[in-house]
Ligand binder design. Sequence first.
Ligand code: F6P
Length: 338
Amino acid sequence: MLTGGGDCPGLNAVIRAVVRRGIRHFDDEILGVRDGWAGLIENRLDPLTIDDLRGMLPRGGTVLGTSRTNPFRADGGVEAVFDTVERGGIDAVVAIGGEGTLSCALEFHRKGLPVVGVPKTIDNDIGVTERTFGFDTAVTIATEAIDRLHTTAESHDRIMVVEVMGRHVGHIATHAGIAGGATRTLIPEHPFDIAEVCDSLNRRHGKGRWASIVVVAEGAKPKPGTMEIPEETRDEYGHIRLGGIANLVAEQIERRTGIETRVTVLGHVQRGGTPTPFDRVLSTRYGVAATDAVHDGAFGSMVALQSDRIVTVPLEEAVKDLKTVDDQLWDVARQFFA
Ligand code: F6P
């Protein structure tokens, strides 16, 4: 079992569930792979026991460690993974991760590795599952932060710009924006026009003391030609290194409206600490189902949540398209914009 990509609240709960189901129900021997795919390349594996995972259900992060290493981009990486699998007598790999990790899992499945995926990411952008674990925790943290920002914003009659995670999609921003009563939410799916955003804030503040909260997903983009943004840098998976859009937006808002504006970037706070009860339950269900999928020989599949049931879906389907914010939900969010 490995955990890849960014860490996420609920990872330890999945690991615990795989170990518990595997050892108790199937008499499996479970190996924990250190640091994602890197550990399979470098043959860094440790046996996991039920005792090793005691007390880990509510703990954030991952006891296995994680990395964004992509064996398909590392010299000899793929061969090294197969070598480790053969030497270790490994019958199956449970890969817990987001889009990058699951895409690797699919590639390995195509090359004959028996693999089952578990959808993890606070971004909630994996298709064919209604939820990835970690998302509920991130939304809870972001909403609490927005609630806190409301009172300080009101005291000073300021605009608060809050940046939340979400590189390609605005699920966290949309949910936390609705839950926290945002004045405006900017998400990657709907490029914004900064002039229009400022006009609406001006109109609102012109009516009296109306502090505003603007929630910005880190991947939010201005409409082409409306605002300058710096060049992108990318990681090993080709992911854009994000962060900073809130500062650019806040700068423009303050300059164009003349209203005092402050920025809060929530960053990795959204990924740290204990998972919510919802995420603990979801992670546990995923872990049990992934172990069962291994024993059913359902390789090349991913466990998923559909209509509150855990099902298995082809990995191919899961990584085909990123799940974007549903139009109906976005329409609800928009009803509350300034
Ligand atoms: O894994 C998802 C995520 O939290 C994104 O929301 C964010 O853009 C990215 O990871 C941050 O990655 P890193 O921890 O490598 O800075």
